[in-house]
Design a protein around this ligand. Structure first.
Ligand SMILES: Cc1cc2nc3c(=O)[nH]c(=O)nc-3n(C[C@H](O)[C@H](O)[C@H](O)COP(=O)(O)OP(=O)(O)OC[C@H]3O[C@@H](n4cnc5c(N)ncnc54)[C@H](O)[C@@H]3O)c2cc1C
Length: 456
């Protein structure tokens, strides 16, 4: 692939960092974890300062180009890619400030793992963490950030005290609930449409000492969902998730809950398990440190890497179902899907959330007292035709979810039209459109979410 010799063009701003145009630098920015979409940028900016990002946005706007931030590229459908535009590689913009009692200020390119490496020695933690910790703060705050404690504490975007962002006009703005709150409410879960997040002040809470983890098996979907509802209702668990796993030619139904506790006060297992009708002969209980709890997903990553699935295409679909339709939709999907079709280590995540815990305006959830995260975590085969069909299946599944009153968690692998985005944001759509005109009037930012969102 030849370098683009016509670039950098005249009129480029002076930069503290580097603007890379070699094909070896651009090619990684034309790929992501999904391996489904490839769009080649004109250049990759490794910013040396926030002003570099602002200057590049102003240049892109004046030159009719588009620009997107890239955290660590864990999108599954090209959301951080820009065809013929500029990708801002945020991974080096990763400073972490002093860890205070209740907050820490971090640059948006820092990963959650790096944040924890600084906060845990002070026995502090963000209240919500994604299962996978090698995602960047800016990357997850731009979608929401869901994790095992979301059942009680909402999304990561609900625990941000202040943000610094560069708008689509290239202005560096500090925003919070009390200062420029319109931008604050737009950028959180704003899919990169209104600003590039450069810095975040994250709320911290005391880190638990230990985590007692219960993995309970159920014979069927109904049992799993009933158990999960029971646990959600009386808030006995600090972490509540669950999954439907392929087990040969059958499905296995697994509830996972974790109770945090001080070292010298382990929870009473009988009380924690009271009223749950799982197959107790197959239950697993482990007592691990909070650090080991945070690293649980690493076991899954390790297993996926060892089978090669980690580097295969990932046509993932992530949604939220209304509680009233969760079982019906899940049952229908299970009926149409053979367990083997998820990929060796694939799974369907299914777990309930109390939507009252989620306060971020742009996180869309069904309007019901209980909603269920419903995610098809599939690793695709190498066969390109089959992969294409899986993305098409995602579309059909999304429509099924939507028809049942469900919503998309927008990190999914599927095409979305302008009408889809209008439906996704529902009553908020006029607000989203106004925010776009206000903060990114030239529609410079993050075209990977489709012109439907970019052109709001
Ligand atoms: C293995 C794996 C596990 C995951 N687990 C979870 C999970 O438990 N919970 C969960 O919520 N999500 C999870 N995700 C999805 C994840 O939240 C999103 O894919 C996230 O966007 C990826 O983070 P990233 O930092 O690599 O960002 P990228 O993929 O690089 O970017 C994602 C999007 O955010 C935009 N963006 C990136 N940085 C910024 C910024 N600083 N300002 C504005 N916009 C920005 C990009 O332009 C792009 O549109 C998981 C993904 C993977 C691959």
């Amino acid at each position: 692939m030849p370098d683009d010799s016509a670039f950098p063009a005249a009129g480029m701003p002076p930069l503290d960092g580097d603007l890379l145009t070699a094909s070896s630098a651009r090619a990684p920015a034309a790929a992501d974890f999904g391996h489904l979409v490839h769009r080649m940028p004109l250049a990759v900016l490794r910013p040396g300062s926030v002003e570099d990002i602002a200057a590049m946005i102003r240049w892109a706007s004046a030159s009719g180009k588009q620009l997107a931030a890239r955290g660590r590229g864990h999108s599954v459908y090209g959301r951080s890619q820009v065809d013929g535009g500029i990708v801002v590689d945020m991974s080096g913009h990763d400073g972490i400030g002093h860890v205070g009692r209740d907050r820490v200020v971090v640059d948006a390119g820092a990963t959650w793992r790096a944040v924890l490496a600084r906060t845990l020695p002070a026995r502090r933690t963000p209240p919500v963490l994604t299962n996978y910790l090698d995602l960047t703060v800016g990357g997850t705050l731009s979608v929401g950030g869901i994790g095992g404690t979301t059942n009680e504490h909402g999304m990561q975007t609900d625990h941000v005290l202040e943000l610094e962002a560069v708008t689509g006009e290239g202005k560096v703005v500090t925003c919070s609930p009390s200062e420029n709150s319109g931008l604050f409410d737009s950028v959180r879960a704003g899919l990169g449409q209104f600003g590039i997040i450069t810095r975040a002040t994250l709320a911290l809470v005391p880190a638990p000492d230990r985590a007692r983890r219960y993995v309970l098996s159920y014979p069927d979907l109904e049992g799993l969902v009933a158990g999960q509802r029971h646990v959600l209702r009386d808030t006995r668990a600090d972490h509540l998730q669950g999954a439907i796993l392929p087990g040969g030619d059958r499905w296995q139904y697994q509830l996972e809950m974790v109770v945090f506790h001080p070292s010298d006060e382990p929870p009473n297992d009988a009380l924690v398990l009271d009223g749950l009708r799982d197959d107790r002969s197959r239950s697993e209980v482990e007592d691990i440190s909070y650090e080991e709890y945070l690293e649980l997903f690493d076991r899954f990553e390790h297993a996926q890497r060892s089978t090669g699935e980690w580097s295969r295409p990932h046509p993932w679909l992530t949604t939220f179902l209304p509680g009233s339709a969760a079982e019906r939709v899940a049952r229908g999907v299970l009926r149409d899907l053979a367990p083997g079709e998820l990929g060796g280590l694939g799974r369907i995540m299914l777990y309930p959330i109390d939507p009252r815990a989620v306060a971020t305006p742009l996180v869309r959830l069904p309007d019901e007292p209980v909603v269920f995260a419903f995610n098809l975590i599939r690793s695709g085969p190498q066969d390109a035709d089959r992969i294409e069909r899986m993305v098409e299946e995602n579309r059909a599944l999304y429509e099924r979810v939507r028809d049942a009153g469900g919503c998309l968690y927008p990190v999914s692998a599927l095409e979305l039209t302008a009408d889809d985005w209008a439906e996704h944001f529902g009553p908020l759509w006029p607000t989203v459109r106004r925010a776009k005109e206000r903060f990114d009037p030239q529609h410079v930012l993050t075209p990977g979410y489709h012109p439907g969102a970019g052109g709001a």
